[in-house]
Design a protein around this ligand. Sequence first.
Ligand SMILES: [Fe+2]
Ligand SMILES: [Fe+2]
Length: 138
Amino acid sequence: MAFLEWSDSLSVKSRLLDTDHKRLIELINKLHDASLDAQNRAGAEAAIALLVDFTKTHFIHEETLMRKTAYPQFIPHKIEHDRLIKQIEDFRARYAAGQVGLSQDSIVFLRTWLCDHITKVDTYLGAWLAKHASLITE
Ligand SMILES: [Fe+2]
Ligand SMILES: [Fe+2]
């Protein structure tokens, strides 16, 4: 069984957001796998980099959709995104400098953050996007 599994309870009823969230789950699982092999620092650094980069990409996707549809909760939602980016960037730098390891606590933190953010914050965005689909043009 994977460290974090996708389930319908994580769907925010937006195909685009769900697709990104599934990718994030995949990357958290890769990071978890990397954490089980303490000797493979290069593998862990690569897994951290993939997760940081895709998290940024995903947040840009959401923030672009929020702007396009004049989402009323844009600012508090973006504050949560910015805070996590800062934390994971900071972690990437400290890991690269050999100041911290890839602990189970840090991966459990990411899993909890993602699931909480999806179910408590992104859910509202998904519902809003469904109602304002006409404002979203490619
Ligand atoms: Fe999200
Ligand atoms: Fe979000």
